[in-house]
Design a protein around this ligand. Structure first.
Ligand code: FES
Length: 249
């Protein structure tokens, strides 16, 4: 039938032929200038060496499935099994890793809680200098001088006059700053707001409303001077005349 038609007329590929090509062994793409020279019928084309079938070369966009081969199936199953085993290994490692992380975090939280709980068993302790202390023998002091050796350690000045000793507490009676003894000016001077006190402790300048306070001062059994800051004497209350507010020698 094809031979009876005009060989110059372009031939359309038969649908049956295309279908056969899709299901049959792949052949070269039909109806191309290289595949079908002019005037050659499709059915009369001599068999050519069959090229590898690809999606692009399959006629009508239909890809021919390669014939399954037993060795190919075996080769595909092996990588799949390897991938499964690898996935199992990864998930197992991930599980162990996150389990370890969880235990470490749990242990850290427990340790922190234990430390915090233990901290409450010990009360806050404020270390302050003792209120009662010895400041040496009377012979160690010079008449007319203010001894500043005990200010930093105990917060007192020991003043020696011609009659004896008294201990001035080194706290400003304005707002509680610590004044300094200015020997050149013969006075105590507060650095905060400028209050000034005579050597006796009486205030004479600045905002301080009252004199410095004195501490109990006595001789101890060993002959040293004993100062007790827990007992204080205030001039405005007439307490500087009390026994133990002044140590006579
Ligand atoms: S605290 Fe000493 S003058 Fe104010």
């Amino acid at each position: 039938m094809a031979d009876e038609k005009d060989p110059s007329t372009p031939k359309e590929p038969a649908a049956g032929a295309a279908s056969a090509a899709a299901g049959a062994t792949p052949t070269r793409p039909p109806d191309t200038a290289a595949a079908h020279p002019a005037g050659t019928a499709a059915g009369s084309t001599p068999p050519l060496p069959t090229p590898p079938m690809t999606a692009a070369s399959a006629p009508g966009g239909v890809q021919a499935a390669p014939a399954p081969r037993s060795n190919a199936a075996t080769g595909a199953a092996a990588p799949a099994a390897a991938k499964t085993a690898e996935a199992d290994g990864v998930s197992r490692r991930g599980f162990l890793k996150w389990t370890t992380v969880g235990w470490v975090a749990f242990s850290a939280a427990c340790t922190s809680g234990l430390v915090a709980s233990t901290r409450f068993l010990f009360p806050n302790v404020l270390f302050e200098p003792p209120q009662s202390f010895k400041v040496g023998f009377p012979s160690e002091y010079t008449v007319g001088e203010v001894d500043t050796r005990w200010k930093d350690a105990y917060g007192v000045w020991i003043v020696r006059n011609s009659d004896g000793f008294y201990a001035l507490i080194a706290v400003c009676t304005h707002l509680g700053c610590s004044p300094n003894w200015l020997a050149a000016e013969n006075k105590f001077k507060c650095p905060c707001h400028g209050s000034g006190f005579y050597k006796t402790g009486i205030n004479f300048e600045g905002p301080a409303p009252r004199p410095l306070e004195r501490a109990r001062i006595v001789l101890s059994d060993d002959g040293q001077i004993l100062v007790d800051k827990s007992v204080k004497f205030q001039a405005e209350k007439g307490e500087w005349t009390k026994e133990e507010s002044f140590l006579k020698v």
